[in-house]
Design a protein around this ligand. Structure first.
Ligand code: TXA
Ligand code: MG
Length: 316
């Protein structure tokens, strides 16, 4: 057990990271769990704290473009176009790895994922760190990603050195991961930036078909993910959800008999649904809900990422 310090100071959190500590921090997507990219012993502790499979590479967080050359061997022109349009923001670019970046960061792959977060508090923290910061989502492996610091503390308290306290995260789903080492570029994980937005910026974007999402190319997508303790069952419409005291319903459309459920959450739109999904998964667990009926959504825009997270949470 270690003592987990809570702080609102990005400078204090950065000092802990520079000393080899593990620091959880907010971003505009979900909270991440970071270490210094160039201290392999510290990076190894990320995998231990999360019980993360060793074959799952980490995304490296940067505060300045100039840091790319510390972790990537080169920047393909298409990647440059994407970062000019979407950074800072929830877009992760897969690039050829720099030989000096410790292999533990990329789980031995010869590519590296990089992203520059948009949230001001994150940017202050990363600037104070003054080193690239590999960080997966700050949850126990397999659990829903944390969208507030309380969820980080519940999963990782006593296992990490510091939590930088921010508010609830804005997007609620993770960054979009795009492989820029292949041509045409390929979406490895749908996320907060939509495929439609990517297609408006570059000519051709490949997207694997949803049901083949277990592509071995993005190792993390092989593992079961984002699951609450409650069983998640997907429904097309609220009428397909089974009422019951231990049952919850989450969706865009309202059920006709809300009082027949233990909990009902009707979301105003896709943005609100994505913002709340992981938060509500955890709220249902805290309330002892046994089955969560979650409504799937049209698979356009943010709906693609939302359906991806719902499908993975429902997979047994
Ligand atoms: O929004 C986000 O991306 C959050 C915040 C903290 O930045 N981070 C996050 O990290 O979601 P994580 O580790 O939970 O998910 C990273 C995903 C995994 O599916 C991983 O396999 C994939 O990105 N990934 C990372 N590096 C990769 C690489 N070199 N090649 C292929 N996939 C990679
Ligand atoms: Mg994760």
């Amino acid at each position: 057990m270690v003592t987990t310090t809570l702080t609102k100071s990005p400078g204090e959190a950065a000092v802990t990271l520079r000393k080899g500590g593990l620091v959880a921090f907010p971003t505009e997507t979900v909270y991440g769990l970071g270490a210094d990219a160039f201290q392999p012993t510290a990076v190894r502790r990320i995998f231990e704290a999360k019980a993360r499979p060793a074959d799952n590479p980490l995304i490296v967080h940067l505060h300045a473009r100039a840091q790319i050359e510390l972790v990537a061997a080169r920047l393909p022109p298409v990647a440059e176009r994407l970062l000019e349009q979407f950074w800072p923001g929830p877009l992760t670019l897969i690039l050829p790895k720099h030989p000096d970046l410790p292999g533990i960061v990329t789980a031995g792959l010869d590519t590296v994922g990089v992203r520059m977060p948009r949230l001001v508090l994150t940017r202050r923290f990363l600037k104070a760190c003054d080193t690239p910061v590999p960080a997966p989502s700050a949850n126990r492996s397999g659990r829903p990603s944390p969208t507030n610091w309380e969820a980080v503390e519940a999963d990782l308290g006593g296992r990490i050195d510091c939590i930088l306290k921010g508010g609830r995260t804005e997007a609620g789903v993770e960054s979009t991961v795009v492989d820029c080492t292949v041509s045409p570029i390929e979406v490895l994980r749908p996320g907060a930036i939509s495929v439609e937005d990517l297609r408006a910026a570059v000519d051709t974007v490949q997207v694997p078909v949803a049901d083949q999402a277990d592509t071995p190319r993005s190792p993390g997508t092989r593992h079961r993910h984002y699951a609450p303790a409650a069983e998640v069952r997907l429904v097309d419409a609220p009428a397909d959800a089974m009422p019951g005291a231990g049952h919850a319903y989450i969706g865009l459309d309202a059920p006709s008999t809300p009082d027949a459920f233990g909990a009902v959450y009707v979301e105003a739109d896709l943005v609100a649904y994505a913002h709340d999904l992981f938060y509500l998964f955890r709220a249902c667990d805290d309330a002892g809900i046994e089955v969560i009926f979650a409504q799937t959504v049209p698979s356009a825009g943010l709906g693609r990422a939302l359906n991806d997270r719902l499908r993975r949470a429902a997979a047994r």
